[in-house]
Design a protein around this ligand. Structure first.
Ligand SMILES: C[S@@+](CC[C@H](N)C(=O)[O-])C[C@H]1O[C@@H](n2cnc3c(N)ncnc32)[C@H](O)[C@@H]1O
Length: 231
């Protein structure tokens, strides 16, 4: 990942700095901890609400969210139905780095991501990686390219983990019209929407689409995050 600089966050897990915007992919207080708090809790909420077991991740990046979901599934819901996971990632370098690593190519940063996530669930790195590879190889986990208004939803999702860069680095993905189209096309009737961010445009769209917003404090320096449920 030569164009991305690696930064070690405070909990010992790495993040990458986007060369275009200079923005880090995760909070400096902890990439893994942020993922468990925002998206891991979002996944648990989606199981509690008994929404369909299908997850859309916007922004594969280093794959923290997907590994975290697989960690929860493996340790708590393994006998339950398999989650269908669809990830979107616009940067082909990140997609290639992740999928070739899954297939066995050495990548120290992604090994560290895996180590941090496995540790949280008391799993062996190898076991979590095998599950991830198996999901990917059997198309239970699909990794797509850029998400745009032309993207057709492959299915309606029970859980949406919305993690593109922030509105300053990626304004298109935080516009009200786009969010409206995305939520209408991708969210199942019963669904959970979670993201590290909170802003007026997103709240307006989620309210309009019938979601109720839970009060959820943001991670690290962020005042608020978003956890919304439509049931
Ligand atoms: C904050 S990072 C994601 C971090 C990631 N969830 C993880 O756990 O490591 C944002 C990611 O969204 C990707 N992205 C930005 N715009 C996108 C789009 N339109 N479609 C898909 N991915 C996009 C970026 O390339 C970047 O990898």
């Amino acid at each position: 990942m030569e164009t991305y600089q690696t930064l070690m966050t405070s909990d010992g897990s790495p993040t990458l700095i986007d060369p275009k915007s200079g923005q880090a992919m995760h909070a400096r207080e902890g990439a893994a901890s942020e993922t468990f708090y925002i998206y891991g809790q979002g996944y648990l909420e989606s199981r509690k609400e008994d929404v369909s077991h299908s997850v859309c991740v916007v922004g594969l990046g280093m794959g923290y969210i997907e590994l975290c979901i697989l960690g929860h599934w493996l340790t708590s819901f393994g006998s339950d139905s398999l989650p269908a996971i669809h990830s979107y990632e616009s940067d082909i370098k990140l997609r290639d780095a992740f999928t070739t690593w899954l297939a066995g190519k050495p990548n120290g940063e992604l090994d560290l991501v895996l180590k941090n996530v496995s540790k949280n669930f008391g799993l062996m790195d190898r076991d979590l990686k095998d599950v991830a590879l198996n999901f990917y190889a059997t198309f239970q986990w699909q990794i797509h390219g850029a998400l745009s208004s032309d993207t057709k939803a492959p299915l309606k999702f029970g859980l949406i983990c919305y993690d593109p860069f922030s509105s300053s680095a990626n304004p298109d993905l935080w516009e009200e019209d786009w969010l409206d189209i995305f939520v209408k096309n991708f969210a199942d009737i019963k669904s959970v929407f979670t993201t590290y961010a909170s802003n007026g445009r997103l709240k307006k769209v989620l309210n309009k689409c019938g979601f109720s917003l839970k009060n959820k404090i943001g991670f690290g320096m962020k005042r608020e995050s978003t956890l919304a449920i439509r049931n």
